[in-house]
Design a protein. Structure first.
Length: 250
């Protein structure tokens, strides 16, 4: 019986891992489709597509799946008609949350989000109810280990028009986040890519105007559970290995 139980546990864990992997692949495929539709379907001519493909390769998405996603972006299949949608709401502890979603069904996505917010004691808000607490910015992220000189990166970024450069994480998880205006995003991204090749992430994002330190262990746990639920759904865009969801205290 013990052997049977152990085998069942192994099967359960493998099933959970396979399900999680499938969700990751689904998110990556959506990112590639959106990126391919945002410009030329050729990576060399489309930095966003190049970054999406790099993210997919880092997660071991098979080459044929990547090529199929790019091809799908050129078609008109209803299931692949994804659009980018921004949602706003209050999470645990009245934290202001902006969620960037890729969806082919607005009603379903709104329903899923409403359920997740409610489950964790929050509430999905109306358009404009939260956005004023954030700045809409361009964001380019590099792993710190891929950059030889922080000063050189800083000097290049500022010369291209970046307004800030932040450090986040420690050790092998440490990253540099270059922040710029929406208007300068293309110039900053392309200039950095020309010098340092493609980064971990390049996209328009939302940055809180005022950050609040979460110093309550209980609230921190609630926030992490909430964010994990968001990240665990197949609906929302995944930002490669470093998932950044900025929150603003109210």
């Amino acid at each position: 019986m013990a052997g049977h139980s152990q085998f069942a546990n192994i099967k359960h864990r493998k099933g959970a891992q396979d399900a999680k992997r499938s969700k990751v692949f689904t998110k990556l495929r959506k990112e590639i489709i959106i990126a391919a539709r945002s410009g030329p379907p050729t990576p060399d001519l489309n930095p966003r597509l190049r970054a999406a493909i790099a993210s997919a390769k880092a997660e071991n998405l098979p080459k044929d799946k990547i090529e199929a996603a790019i091809k799908s972006a050129q078609g008109n299949a209803a299931d692949d008609s994804y659009e980018e949608i921004t949602y706003e709401g209050y999470g645990p502890g009245s934290t202001a949350i902006v969620v960037h979603a890729l969806s082919n069904n607005r009603n379903r996505t709104a329903g899923e989000l409403r359920h997740i917010f409610s489950k964790h004691g929050g509430k999905l808000g109306e358009k404009g109810s939260i956005a004023y607490l954030f700045d809409h910015v361009g964001l380019v992220v590099y792993k710190a280990e891929s950059i030889e000189s922080f000063d050189a990166l800083f000097n290049l970024a500022t010369s291209l028009g970046a307004i800030d450069l932040e450090e986040d994480g420690e050790g092998e998880d440490k990253v540099y986040a270059i922040i710029c205006s929406v208007e300068d995003f293309g110039k900053v991204r392309d200039g950095l890519y020309a010098q340092y090749s493609d980064g971990e992430l390049a996209r328009l994002s939302w940055r809180p105007k005022q950050r609040v330190l979460v110093d309550s262990p209980e609230l921190n746990t609630k926030l992490m559970n909430f964010l994990n639920d968001l990240e665990d759904t197949t609906t929302y865009s995944m930002l490669r290995g470093t998932f950044h969801l900025w929150v603003s205290g109210t």
